[in-house]
Write a protein that binds this ligand. Structure first.
Ligand code: KG4
Ligand code: ZN
Length: 357
């Protein structure tokens, strides 16, 4: 079954053709990073306008590169939330129009579930129960999946997402946007134990994450030690290198503390670490170490599948389509859609569409 995936939830316009949910025939990503960099973060209005300009050429290129014609596509999977509403609407409406025009089924996919499925291309099949740490610029969630398609949210961030914390700290240090890759690069030359930043503890005892305290601790440290943001082209000094390394180390330890505790309780058969922050080598190394301790494999997507892409959306869509789920013309962009107990409601499933697998 050939699924065309479409993703436009934030600042990447992406399309991919995926065969049987596992083989990527093409994956095209048009990133708006250069445009948003000037503003130090994603500007929603600019993002939706860019998606409008890019969606058609990106889908055409994905079809061209896949070597299949549009008539060969069996179904379309599109991200319908969570994300920026203007951005989501572009993908959802495009996918709907295309699917209805071609007379093929389509399905709305939860972006977070897309990240969950991003590991299927390069790893052995996911064994259940699975645990998944999804860490990106918009989300920091730990899920327990007792079986395929069922998700229990064990832990989430109470404030900033982990990627957002990287982006904000990078901004304070004058390092530009997005923050993750540049902090990781500078952290390699710093001492992760140089500064003791705090690991947040949630006072009500829930195993949730929190990164705003860490962000404040970095602000205070910079102020107390009179560390100025660096200017363009300037080499970071030892003080900035140590802040980057210590901050990154604290984020990794924060993420894996809860993950380790909950994994010991829930005993998953595999740990998935996905989302943009999963590009981070320090997080990968520490997760592998945790997997070894727990005696379970850790699945990561490769870098180009860690950040937003449409192949993961096609894979998640394929899974639901194979279970007979469908969306109908009433599919909406849903900015706050949750993955927990994710289910396509019967009224949205349009089961009578002319579709055979
Ligand atoms: O998954 P993604 O592309 O978009 C969202 O769904 O949010 O994630 C983007 C986030 C950004 O915050 C970026 O700074 C972070 O992922 N990121 C990283 C790295 N590469 C990207 N964070 C830490 N280390 C990296 N190497
Ligand atoms: Zn994402």
């Amino acid at each position: 079954m050939l699924v065309l995936g479409i993703e436009s939830s934030c600042d990447e316009t992406a399309a991919a053709v995926v065969d049987n949910g596992r083989k990527i025939l093409s994956s095209v990503i048009s990133s708006q990073i250069e445009i948003h960099r000037e503003w130090g973060g994603v500007v929603p209005e600019i993002a939706s306008r860019e998606h409008l300009l890019k969606i058609d050429p990106v889908v055409s290129e994905a079809l061209d590169r896949s070597g299949v014609s549009i008539q060969d596509i069996d179904a379309i999977a599109v991200t319908n939330g969570p994300g920026l509403v203007g951005s989501l609407l572009v993908g959802v409406n495009y996918a709907k129009a295309l699917a209805l025009g071609l007379g093929i089924p389509f399905i709305g996919v939860n972006h977070i579930e897309g990240h969950f499925f991003s590991v299927v291309f390069e790893n052995p099949p996911i064994e259940y129960p699975a645990m998944a740490l999804i860490v990106s610029g918009g989300h920091t969630n730990l899920f327990f999946a007792p079986e395929a398609g069922k998700y229990e949210l064990l832990s989430r961030t109470r404030d900033d997402a982990a990627g957002e914390a990287f982006d904000k700290v990078a901004k304070m240090l004058g390092l530009g946007y997005p923050g993750g890759p540049v902090i990781e690069k500078i952290a390699k030359q710093g001492d992760p134990k140089a500064i003791r930043f705090p690991i947040a503890k949630i006072s009500d005892g829930t195993p949730d994450f929190s990164f705003s305290g860490l962000k404040t601790a970095v602000v205070n440290y910079l102020r107390e030690n009179e560390i100025e943001p660096i200017s363009a082209g300037e080499e970071p000094g030892k003080d900035v290198r140590d802040v980057c390394a210590s901050f990154q180390d604290t984020v990794v330890r924060t993420l894996l503390k809860n993950t380790s505790k909950l994994a010991k309780e829930r005993k998953p058969r595999v740990l998935i670490v996905a989302g943009g922050v999963a590009c981070n080598e320090a997080l990968r190394t520490a997760s592998m170490r945790l997997g070894e301790k727990l005696g379970i494999p850790v699945y990561f997507p490769s870098r180009h599948l860690s950040t937003d892409n449409a192949a993961m959306i096609a894979a998640a869509g394929h899974f639901h389509l194979m279970r007979g789920e469908r969306s109908d013309a009433g599919l909406k962009a849903d900015v706050g859609i949750r993955l927990q107990n994710h289910r396509i409601s019967p009224e949205r499933s349009g089961k009578n569409l002319p579709y055979k697998v």
